[in-house]
Design a protein around this ligand. Structure first.
Ligand code: MG
Length: 159
């Protein structure tokens, strides 16, 4: 079969002394995401979807949080590696769709730049990258602003 689909999920904790980076964009906010890398939860969900489509495991396998090499890593660099991995196996991305769940800040003003950045790394047109933002209606840990989560699906194809 020459099409595959994958899905990815990630969540990171919000803390006071970190930048908030989503889709490679540094978003002004009083809180940021805690993690070994830059904790870009959206990019992580997309990478896991790409790997999942080919049953290649998850990002923790390729970039273990115990490895000092990935401390503070730019997730767009990691995304580029994952993209190379799927290309090496002859696969291309058809499209990506994703949801970021965050109570605050308002993400809408930043979504175009996120799509442009992700499209740049993945060598796609921005209209092949869907990013939606929603709140969690103040419910649960995301609703209490303890974290931000993201979901992604990716379609891969082979000519
Ligand atoms: Mg993560």
């Amino acid at each position: 079969m020459n099409i595959r689909i994958g899905n990815g999920y990630d969540i990171h904790r919000l803390v006071g002394d970190r930048p908030l980076i989503l889709g490679g964009v540094n978003i002004p906010h009083s809180l940021g995401l805690l993690g070994h890398s830059d904790a870009d939860v959206l990019t992580h969900a997309i990478m896991d979807a790409m790997l999942g489509a080919l049953s290649l495991g998850d990002i923790g396998h390729y970039f273990p949080p115990t490895d000092p090499q990935w401390a503070g890593a730019d997730s767009l660099v990691l995304l580029n590696s994952v993209h190379q991995l799927i290309r090496d196996q002859g696969w291309q991305i058809g499209n990506v769709d994703s949801v970021v769940v965050a109570e605050r800040p308002k993400l809408k003003p930043h979504i175009k730049l996120m799509r442009d950045k992700l499209a740049g790394v993945l060598q796609l047109q921005p209209d092949q990258i869907g990013i939606k933002a929603t709140t969690n209606e103040k419910l649960g840990p995301v609703g209490r602003e303890e974290g931000i989560s993201a979901y992604a699906v990716v379609l891969l194809f082979k000519d």
